[in-house]
Write a protein that binds this ligand. Structure first.
Ligand code: AMP
Length: 299
């Protein structure tokens, strides 16, 4: 069946009401469009999860202006509406919600959702002031509009996924927030809508991100006398060695708390961000942490 497209909050709500009244689940996949196979994997996962109970999958496509701290980044954000609709249909979406900025933020809009704490003020929170406030505000609006049973997000944006899970918990939102693995190109580069903005040379250079993460992971999982610090330095060096890359951050943290790696850390999250020309790319990987018996445990 063809995907139905809604531009207004009211239209989407009315279309979802019968399914909700029958107790059918709703899966929501929030995106900013310029869809690729990474988005497709979230959509087909939702379609599969809702199918046994004859539920619905809603994909939102909205380039959220309030999560951009940089106007030129917003203006340059790629838009591919025709192929987006095709991909949504092929991946099993039922509804697409594509509101205007005015529909989401009408005149007089002044209520925002924000989170405190170091877990969101570092990394992308530090590099992009106000970014997570914009993300949490739009995602809570989408949660209220679609009232999904489940919502699907990519692990590629690990800090965002952490923030959304935390928001749902902190604010008692009765929504299952599901994280899905990063989909990559054959050479390891994480798919991103922003990849289309890279020149051929920048595209080749961008492989340094996954290379850096692999080197960091080898150090952490190698269980040598290595500290998170030395793995961090190695990741930074791998990116700085690439002439076309400008390092933003190379971090290692506890994947469960988003705090520092400690003796209790079992899984670490390695995260990097760098600019290639005007385009900022992020990526991450997790690594198992196992302390060697008798080591001093300094990390
Ligand atoms: P975006 O359109 O970039 O805001 O992303 C929408 C959703 O797709 C977010 O939950 C992202 O984490 C997720 N996503 C983006 N890139 C990928 C990828 N390469 N693999 C899996 N999920 C992704």
């Amino acid at each position: 069946m063809a995907v139905r497209v809604f531009h207004r909050v009211r239209g989407l709500r009315e279309a979802l009401a019968p399914a909700r009244a029958m107790g059918r689940p709703i899966g929501l996949v929030p995106t900013m469009g310029a869809l690729h196979r990474g988005h497709g994997s979230l959509i087909s996962c939702s379609a599969e999860d809702q199918r046994p109970e004859r539920g619905l999958t809603v994909v939102s496509i909205f380039v959220n202006p309030i999560q951009f701290d940089d106007r030129s980044d917003l203006d340059a954000y790629p838009q591919t509406p025709d192929s987006d609709l095709r991909l949504c249909g092929e991946a099993g979406a039922d509804f697409v919600f594509a509101p205007s900025a005015r529909e989401m933020y009408p005149d007089g809009f002044s209520t925002f959702v924000d989170a405190e704490g170091e877990c969101l003020t570092k990394m992308c929170g530090a590099a992009r002031p106000g970014h997570f406030r914009g993300v949490l505000t739009v995602v809570s609006k989408l949660f209220h509009i679609a009232q999904p049973t489940r919502a699907y997000f990519g692990e590629k944006d690990a800090q965002q996924l952490f923030a959304i899970k935390k928001m749902a918990r902190d604010l008692d939102m009765d929504i299952q927030v599901i994280g899905r693995p990063t989909v990559r190109e054959a050479d390891g580069l994480a798919l991103s809508s922003r990849n289309s903005r890279l020149s051929a040379r920048e595209r080749a250079a961008a492989r340094c991100l996954v290379r850096a993460l692999g080197e960091g992971r080898a150090i952490i999982e190698g269980n040598q006398e290595a500290s998170a610090d030395s793995a961090k330095k190695s990741m930074a060096a791998a990116i700085e060695a690439e002439a076309l890359a400008r390092l933003d951050y190379a971090e290692i943290l506890d994947a469960d708390t988003f705090g520092d790696v400690t003796r209790d850390t079992r899984k670490a999250l390695l995260a990097v961000a760098a600019y290639f020309g005007e385009t900022r790319l992020i990526d991450n990987m997790s690594a198992d942490v196992c302390f060697r018996e008798g080591s001093d445990g300094s990390r």
